[in-house]
Design a protein around this ligand. Structure first.
Ligand code: SF4
Ligand code: SF4
Length: 285
C-alpha cells in the first residue's frame, strides 16, 4: 500500500480540486482529508457518514463554582490570560486556555479539575469514489497534528480491510504541525504551486520540509497560464533541484462550476481532464 499526499505551500492554490481530479482516475484507493482545520473535500465527495468518532486531543480545566472561593490565585498564575474573575464568579475562557494545568495545581481548594474534552470529530464515510476518512476540528481547538494521525490511521485501516493499493491524502496548506503529520512516513508527496511570487516562495518552504523527510516530491503547476513567465521560473527551479513537473493545469472556470455541482473536474469535463489527470497519475507512479 502506498500513501500519496498532496500539499501546497499556502491556501487557495486549488489543491483540493487537484486531489478531486486524481481520485477520479485512480482505482483501488482510500481517500483521506487531512486538512482538519478547514476541510473541504467533503463538498465534492458528498459523503455518507458511516462512523463518527470523538477526538479528545488534550485535557482542559473544569471549574466547580460551588467549591471556588474566588481567591484570584488561578487568574494571577495563568500565563495565557484565560482566567478572569467577574464579580463574584471566576470564569475560564476555553478559547484562550492552553491546557497547561497550572490553575488546577495552584487552586487551594481543588476547585479545578483537568478533564478530557472533545476537540473535534473524525469520520469514516462512503462515497462514489470509495471509502473516505475525514475530520473536523472544533473552533479555536488545537492538536490538529494529532487529529491528522487519527485520520491517517483510520485511512490505513480501511485500506487494509479493502486491500486497497493507494491512500490519497489531501494535506493541509502551509507548514503547520498538521502538515508535518500529513507528510511523515508517506511514500510520495505532490506539491501544488501557483505561478505567483508568494506561491513560489511558500512552495520552496514546503519542498524543504519534504526533502527533510527524504521523500522525493513532484510539482503540479496549477493555473500555469495566468503567469507563463512565473511558470517557467518554477520549471527552471524544479529542474535545478531535480524535481519532476508532474503536470500543468490551466486556469479554468470549470473547476468552480464543478464544485458548485459537487463534481470533480474529471466528472465535470471528462473529455478534457481525464487524459490530463491520468498522465499526472502515471508520472506520480
Ligand atoms: S490550564 Fe493553564 S492556560 Fe488553561 S486556564 Fe489553567 S492556567 Fe490558564
Ligand atoms: S484558585 Fe481555585 S478557588 Fe481560587 S479563584 Fe481559582 S478556582 Fe477559585
Amino acid at each position: 500500500m502506498e500513501e500519496i499526499v498532496v500539499v501546497s505551500g499556502k491556501g487557495g492554490t486549488g489543491k483540493t480540486s487537484i486531489v478531486g481530479g486524481l481520485i477520479s482516475v485512480v482505482e483501488d484507493k482510500v481517500i483521506a482529508d487531512c486538512d482538519v482545520d478547514a476541510p473541504d473535500m467533503y463538498i465534492i465527495l458528498d459523503p455518507e457518514i458511516e462512523k463518527k468518532m470523538e477526538f479528545t486531543g488534550g485535557r482542559f480545566p473544569v471549574l466547580n463554582q460551588d467549591v471556588c472561593i474566588n481567591c484570584g490565585i488561578c487568574e494571577e498564575k495563568c500565563r495565557f490570560d484565560a482566567v478572569h474573575t467577574l464579580g463574584d464568579e471566576t470564569i475560564i475562557n476555553n478559547y484562550r486556555c492552553d491546557g497547561c494545568g497550572v490553575c488546577s495545581r495552584v487552586c487551594p481548594v481543588n476547585a479545578i479539575q483537568m478533564e478530557n474534552q472533545v476537540q473535534g470529530y473524525w469520520y469514516i464515510s462512503k462515497t462514489r469514489f470509495g471509502k473516505f476518512v475525514h475530520a473536523k476540528l472544533g473552533i479555536a481547538q488545537e492538536n490538529s497534528g494529532k487529529l491528522v494521525n487519527f485520520v491517517r490511521a483510520g485511512a490505513k485501516d480501511q485500506a487494509l480491510k479493502k486491500n486497497a493499493k493507494y491512500i490519497i491524502i489531501d494535506g493541509p496548506p502551509g507548514v503547520a504541525c498538521s502538515t508535518i503529520s500529513s507528510i511523515t512516513g508517506v511514500n510520495k508527496a505532490v506539491v501544488v504551486v501557483e505561478p505567483t511570487l508568494s506561491g513560489i516562495h511558500d512552495a520552496k518552504r514546503i519542498l524543504q520540509i519534504i526533502k527533510g523527510f527524504k521523500i522525493k516530491p513532484g510539482i503540479i503547476i496549477n493555473k500555469y497560464d495566468i503567469n507563463q513567465e512565473m511558470s517557467l521560473e518554477i520549471e527552471k527551479f524544479a529542474d535545478s533541484e531535480g524535481i519532476s513537473i508532474l503536470g500543468k493545469i490551466p486556469f479554468d472556470k470549470a473547476f468552480i462550476e464543478g464544485i458548485i455541482q459537487k463534481k470533480t473536474i474529471v466528472e465535470y469535463n471528462r473529455e478534457k481532464y481525464y487524459p490530463i489527470f491520468s498522465e499526472i497519475w502515471e508520472k506520480i507512479l
